[in-house]
Design a protein around this ligand. Structure first.
Ligand SMILES: Cc1cc2nc3c(=O)[nH]c(=O)nc-3n(C[C@H](O)[C@H](O)[C@H](O)COP(=O)(O)O)c2cc1C
Length: 223
């Protein structure tokens, strides 16, 4: 992997169009070797994976996955499961919610590892539990949380348009955005002014990435 963390994260896209070149089992295991570093409540590591490279399985999935026909083109699928009954023993009623949160970290780690290794991947949660669980012989005490379909990308969508953090971020209290900063906590505005001026001086060194950040910050800060 020679990509920077920034590149791995920002170039990741959901891939739904695959070439006929198979994804090797070693490549799939490499993704899971990363995924197991995902955090879990009390470090229970309540997740389990079922890997299938079986063409019949991939062909059967679209019917069970809201007619998502592109899945059949995939080279492999990983069913991400949670031993939710084990989580229940520790966390009672909150088990499902915690298992769902753990799955987010696990699946995102798989997707980032795939992005780092130029493997196409797509998170699929649009499926009917019962038939898919039956397909993979998943016991009733185990929850099927997500599918990740893998393949070598046939075509790759452009990186997503960069998002701004400022409309999504509040300071101290929900609803306080950058425009309210001076009235909320002057420290933030001082720090952000410092950030802005340091970004501006770095941007002079002709980095378009930095210039974009400066423009975004300016737009929100001085509006
Ligand atoms: C919980 C969850 C469920 C998803 N389920 C599906 C799905 O069933 N089918 C699919 O094609 N994409 C699915 N996606 C992928 C999203 O559509 C995709 O991440 C989103 O459109 C953003 O595109 P990007 O991943 O290329 O950035 C799912 C994503 C998440 C987080």
């Amino acid at each position: 992997m020679n990509k920077s963390f920034h590149e791995v994260v920002t170039s990741r896209r959901s891939i739904r169009s695959f070439s006929s070149e198979p994804v090797d089992i070693d490549e799939i295991l490499l993704l899971l070797e990363h995924a197991i570093y995902a955090p879990s409540p009390a470090n229970m590591q309540d997740f389990k994976f079922v890997i299938s490279q079986n063409e019949d399985v991939l062909r059967a999935l679209p019917d069970m996955c809201m007619e998502q026909d592109w899945i059949a083109q995939g080279s492999a699928v990983i069913a991400v499961c949670s031993e939710v009954s084990r989580v229940e023993e520790w966390f009672g009623d909150r088990a499902k919610e915690l298992a769902d949160q753990t799955t987010g970290g696990v699946v995102q780690t798989i997707l980032l590892a795939a992005s780092a290794n130029n493997i196409g991947a797509c998170w699929v949660a649009g499926f009917d539990q019962d038939p898919v669980k039956k397909l993979f012989n998943i016991p009733s005490s185990v929850s099927l949380q997500a599918l990740v379909v893998l393949g070598h990308p046939y075509s790759k969508p452009d990186p997503r348009v960069e998002k701004d953090i400022y409309p999504l971020t509040f300071f101290d209290f929900y609803g306080n955005d950058l425009h309210d900063l001076t009235s909320v906590n002057h420290d933030y505005s001082v720090k952000l002014e410092k950030k802005l001026s340091s970004l501006q001086s770095s941007a002079k060194k002709s980095s378009s990435q930095l210039q974009k950040q400066v423009d975004k910050l300016k737009k929100f800060f001085f509006k």
